[in-house]
Design a protein around this ligand. Structure first.
Ligand code: 5GP
Length: 120
């Protein structure tokens, strides 16, 4: 599959500092920030700093260091947000995944029982 990254997407603008965000965690590989429309008491988006559209794009083309760094950032966010009782990690991709923003992000949702895995 050919992956095409659009650097005008909103998370690219956040990474460039053109749009503000409420940062939860940042390091050389990842940025995590609160979702603008939270669906749970904890709703944080974790994005890699590189130009990847989706999880399959990232896992195909990112370096080992980027992948490890990003996954460690997900763990840091879980620690920082205090979701010891559990959480749901979601990464939507493309049309069927109902992805709104075409820059890879993992939603970390928690702070309550997250209910059924898929609504429909
Ligand atoms: P997707 O449907 O692509 O998996 O999720 C995109 C998420 O990004 C949505 O939950 C939406 O609320 C969030 N979002 C969209 N625009 C912004 C923004 O400008 N700032 C923040 N913090 N979140 C955003």
């Amino acid at each position: 599959m050919d992956f095409v990254y659009d650097d005008q997407n909103i998370f690219a603008k956040i990474l460039r500092g053109e749009i503000p965000n409420k940062t939860v965690y940042e390091d050389e590989h990842a940025l995590a920030f609160h979702d603008i429309a939270p669906k749970a008491p904890v709703h944080v988006l974790v994005i890699p700093k590189g130009p990847y559209v989706s999880m399959d794009h990232f896992c195909t083309e990112a370096s080992d260091a980027e992948i490890v760094g990003y996954m460690r950032a997900v763990a840091k966010v879980c620690e920082i947000t205090g979701v010891e009782n559990g959480f749901r990690a979601i990464s939507n991709a493309r049309e069927d995944g109902v992805q709104e923003v075409p820059h890879l992000h993992v939603h970390i949702l928690g702070g309550r029982d997250m209910g059924p895995m898929v609504a429909r």
